[in-house]
Structures are given as C-alpha cells and as structure tokens.
Design a protein around this ligand. Structure first.
Ligand SMILES: [Mn+2]
Length: 303
C-alpha cells in the first residue's frame, strides 16, 4: 500500500472508532485531529452558503450544546434507517459538558456519510462566541490553541442555510431584513466571514416574534433582528416555500410553532443551563410533511 492508501486506511479506522465511541476523540493526538479536520473540510469546502437537499425523510436537530445523548439519538435514528438524512442546525458546541465528544462524533459522522449528514452554522460556530462560552477552554486543554484554531477554520467552511427540494428552508436563526437575498447564496462560496448585520449574519442570529409587525432590533445585539408575520409571509411567497425550520431559542417546551405552523423552532439540548428544556427534533418527510419529534421518542413511525 502506498502512503496515500495508508493514510486513507488510518482515517477510516480512526473515524470508525470515534463513530462507535465518541470519547475516543478526547484521546487523539494533534496529527490525528489535523487529519480529521482536513478530511471533513474537504467536504464542507465544496458546499456553498446555501445547500440543496433532496425530498427525503430528514431529521433536523436544533441546538445540541454539548448534549451527547441527543446527538447520539439523532445519529442512531439515521443508523436504524428511520430517517434518510440528518441536519445539525448549528450550536453543537459550547455550554454543555460533552461538547468535544459531540463535535468529534459529528465530524466522524460527516466523514463517514458525507451525502447524508450535514452541519449548518449557528452563532456558537463563530469565534467571537465560542471563545467566551466554553469551547475555547475545553478545546485548548485537549488540543492546544492550534487545535482550537483548526476548528475555527472548519466552522468558517460551514453552510449558512439549506433548502429542501422546492418547499423547505433551514437555518439557525431566521429570515434577514433583505428577504430576497438567497437566490445568489446558492452560487456563493464562503470566502469571507459573515459581516455583522449582513444577510448571512442575520440567518444565524434572527428570531421570529408574533408581536412584531416587520422587523425590530433584537436583544441579541447589533445587526440582529426579530421578524414578524408580514416579512415571513413575503419571504415564503417570494421563494415559493411551505415550511421553515430554525433553532436558536431555548423554549422551556423545547419547540414552538409560528405563523400558522409554517415555521417550527426546535431546540435539542437538555444539559448544562438547558436542563429544564425538553429536547426535540424536527422531521421533514418526503411527503413534505413537517413533524415535531420528542428526542426521547426513539421510534418515528414512517407512513
Ligand atoms: Mn444560537
């Protein structure tokens, strides 16, 4: 076997080990981390800002924030062929205790199943946030500051949104003030980091609010907005969409429906500061049906 073949075998072996037991990720050395991050970035670098997903049974996980139990549940629903694909809709790291195991398992899953497992960027996949809410400390402890920087390069290559066939839309936050922006996104590479207040930034940060008419400045900071029914309907009509799935808000019940059940907000973490939150997933079926799934309900009935 030549060195390329040897490296491929090494990568496969390591990926399989972490996929079986994510705590192995804490024991890998810097070369192995570099190998994994290079391999996963080979996949994400080719993805545009907006990715297209086919009409299949797709599970969408909201914020995981280091909740390894929920992340494993999502993957096991895929392994057991209950769903065809899984989208992690941002905020996989920070806050919860097992954030490194979570990101390790997700990277292994993406390398193993690049056509079925996806990762959309949330605000905690921005360095300005994950340098403050725990990831930097944990990561530096295990992989050094250089390892931490490698993760930042990986996060910079993540897509900002996904479109499901011709009917569904997924992003971490919500619609931006420029509601017709995204035709171009499909063509755009992720050369630059999202600028504060830009459409890309707002996809990550914005929140729905039934009390808001159009847009108002959000408590989350400058360049972040809350959006109401009117611009949401405009966005959906203009892009001919039926359903919208987002994450980002930890409602106590773990989810909330908005705007005549066209928008579903789901949260999938039950650890750290979210122990009072009931974790949920969203499932979009190939019939374009949007369903809410309680994380602890392992079996999802297929039609
Ligand atoms: Mn968030």
């Amino acid at each position: 076997m030549n060195s390329k073949g040897l490296n491929k075998a090494k990568l496969e072996k390591l990926t399989d080990k972490i996929y079986q037991n994510p705590s192995i990720f804490l024991e890998i050395n810097q070369d192995e981390l570099a190998m994994l991050i290079t391999a996963v970035m080979k996949i994400t670098k080719l993805q545009r800002k907006l990715i297209d997903l086919p009409r299949k049974d797709i599970l969408i996980a909201g914020d995981i924030h280091g909740d390894l139990t929920q992340l494993k549940r999502a993957i096991s629903l895929y392994n057991n062929k209950i769903v065809d694909m899984v989208v992690f809709n941002g905020d996989v790291i920070d806050r919860g205790p097992e954030m490194l195991e979570c990101i390790g398992l997700l990277i292994a899953a993406m390398i193993k199943h690049p056509k079925d497992i996806f990762y959309i960027r949330g605000n905690h996949e921005l360095e300005s946030i994950n340098s403050v809410y725990g990831f930097r400390g944990y990561c530096t402890q295990f992989f050094g500051y250089d390892g931490y920087l490698q993760f930042q390069h990986f996060f910079e290559t993540l897509p900002l949104a996904a479109k499901i066939d011709d009917f569904g839309f997924i992003c971490h936050g919500g619609i931006p003030t420029d509601t017709i922006f995204f035709h171009l996104m499909r063509l755009e590479l992720k050369k630059n980091e999202p600028v504060q207040g830009s459409s890309g930034w707002q996809l990550i940060w914005n929140d729905p609010d039934t009390r808001v008419k159009t847009f108002i400045q959000s408590h989350r900071g400058e360049g972040c907005y809350k959006f109401g029914r009117k611009p949401f309907d405009e966005f959906m009509r203009f892009h001919e969409l039926d359903i919208f799935i987002r994450a980002h808000t930890a409602y106590r019940e773990g989810y909330r429906w908005f705007f005549d059940n066209k928008l579903l907000s789901v949260f999938s973490s039950n650890v750290g500061p979210y122990q009072h939150v009931k974790p949920n997933f969203a499932v979009v079926t190939r019939e374009a049906d949007l369903r809410l799934i309680k994380c602890n309900t392992i079996s999802i009935q297929k039609k």
